[in-house]
Each structure stands twice: as structure tokens, then as C-alpha cells.
Write a protein that binds this ligand. Structure first.
Ligand SMILES: [Zn+2]
Length: 264
């Protein structure tokens, strides 16, 4: 946060000065601030800028190219190119899973398609909320982290999609809190992979997703406060035991939730 304060002291008068909070490395959430009257483009895609000049974006797990940030306003155009640091991801092997957990049977394909469609729609929301600029909190108080972002999963010996969340292991029924103020954009009690699922919109395409919930206490469209109990931890959907798996997205880009929780 100190870097941020310095920025306010030195640069608030310069019309296309820009400052970033977050590391330019694979999987990172990046918070930016610039003159509110600027247009900001990330890799040539225009992003929303708040009335205070905040904008947000994120870097994919496997991002290799530099990021191109363009700030355009009446004083001119500023181009910034940032290198993206590469990360090494863990390899996580899980053996002895029932085969139908590793490869879904054909009869659930339609259900999975519907689930993906609903999740995709919620992640595509581009609202003017600016909650993403504040500090996120942990969703539960006592936990053991059993899964991290980016791990390559090998289930029953077969390489599968990487894991994009953080798994918090805790007893079933543990209260689960909202990590940040937001608006509930999806509530589903029984999705095939993710079980009881909630998605919160925090603005500008930044959303969080909670999965494997036992009970859910919030409804779609509801506003929630940071720290509010939104349900209880469970093992619904495709889960090997009770845990909360949280995800962080910038639209369809899956980011590392550790980067908003200062976990690494
Ligand atoms: Zn997980």
C-alpha cells in the first residue's frame, strides 16, 4: 500500500501518469490508477476507468508476451510495455479416484454445458462497481491450504486441466465469508463439477467464485459486504473432501486468488 500513497503525493497532477499495484507475473491481478479522464487499453482492449481513475486487469496462467498498456487523454498517448515474469507451477497427483470423477459420463454432458454457460455469463459482466480496489479478506478463519493456483493435475495417472483456485480445507459446515463487497451474480446449488456455487461481481470484470458449498445464504442480485457470511463450507460437486475452492477472474481470464490475498 505504501507504493500507492507515494503515487498520490507525486503524480496526482500529471495527466497521464499511471501507477500499478500488483506484480507483473503470470496469474496476477493488477490494479491501476490514472487520470480519470483517460481511456485505458490493455493489449489494445479498452477497459473501464472509474470516476477516480481506477482500472483492473489480470494476466493469464501461461502468459508469455509482454503486456501493452495504452493511456490516452487530451495531453496525448502514453504507451507502457511490461514484461511478465514466468512462474513454475506444482504438479499435483491424485490417484484412486472413481473413474467417473475423472471422466464425466456422457449423460451429464448437457448438464456440464449448461453449468459452463451460466458461469461464463456471470464472468462476462462488466459493471461499474469499484470494490476490486480495496483489500480482500480470507473467506474462512481456520483452514489448511490443500490446493494452489496453477498446479498441473494428474488424476489417476492422466494429465488434466490445471487447478485455478485455492483450496481451503476445513470441517464441513464452517461459515464462509465474502472476501469483498460485491453483488451476487450466480447462485447454483448443484453444479456438476463445482456443486454449490456462488459468483460475486466486484466490478470491471473482476469476479470471485466459490465452490463445493454446503448451504448458500445469499440470492442472485443481492449486495454483500466484505466479511458477511454467505454460506457454509461443504463437499458438493466433484470434491474429494470438505473444502472451499475459490477462484478469481478478470472476465474469462483465470487469475491467482493469492494475488488479492497476499498469500505469496
Ligand atoms: Zn480446488
Amino acid at each position: 500500500m505504501i507504493r500507492y500513497i507515494i503515487f498520490f503525493l507525486f503524480f496526482f497532477n500529471i495527466s497521464y501518469a499511471v501507477e500499478f499495484l500488483g506484480d507483473f507475473k503470470q496469474g496476477s491481478f493488477i490494479l491501476g490508477k490514472t487520470n480519470p479522464k483517460s481511456n485505458v487499453f490493455i493489449d489494445n482492449k479498452k477497459v473501464r476507468v472509474s470516476s477516480e481513475g481506477y482500472f483492473a486487469f489480470g494476466l493469464d496462467r501461461d502468459r508469455k508476451n509482454n503486456v501493452l498498456i495504452k493511456i490516452k487523454n487530451k495531453k496525448g498517448t502514453k504507451l507502457i510495455e511490461k514484461k511478465v515474469l514466468k512462474r513454475k507451477y506444482k504438479i499435483q497427483r491424485i490417484d484412486g479416484l472413481p473413474p467417473k470423477q475423472v471422466t464425466p459420463p456422457p449423460e451429464v454432458f448437457d448438464r456440464i454445458k449448461r453449468d459452463n454457460f451460466l458461469i461464463g455469463n456471470a464472468r462476462a459482466i462488466d459493471s461499474e462497481l469499484v470494490f476490486f480496489k480495496d483489500k480482500f479478506i480470507y473467506p474462512i478463519d481456520k483452514y489448511v491450504i490443500t490446493g494452489v493456483y496453477g498446479s498441473q493435475r494428474i488424476l489417476n495417472g492422466k494429465p488434466r486441466r490445471p487447478h485455478y483456485g485455492i483450496d481451503f480445507h476445513a470441517p464441513e459446515g464452517t461459515p464462509v465469508k465474502s472476501m469483498m463487497d460485491g453483488v451476487v451474480t450466480l447462485v447454483e446449488n448443484d453444479m456438476y463439477f463445482t456443486g454449490g456455487t456462488i459468483i460475486f461481481d466486484h466490478g470491471h470484470g473482476i469476479s470471485t467464485l466459490y465452490m463445493h458449498m454446503k448451504d448458500i445464504n445469499v440470492n442472485k442480485g443481492q449486495k454483500v459486504k466484505k466479511g458477511q457470511i454467505v454460506g457454509t463450507l461443504g463437499q458438493s460437486g466433484r470434491a474429494t473432501g470438505p473444502h472451499l475452492d475459490i477462484r478469481l477472474n478478470w472476465f474469462n481470464v483465470k487469475l491467482d486468488p493469492a494475488t488479492i490475498l497476499n498469500l505469496n
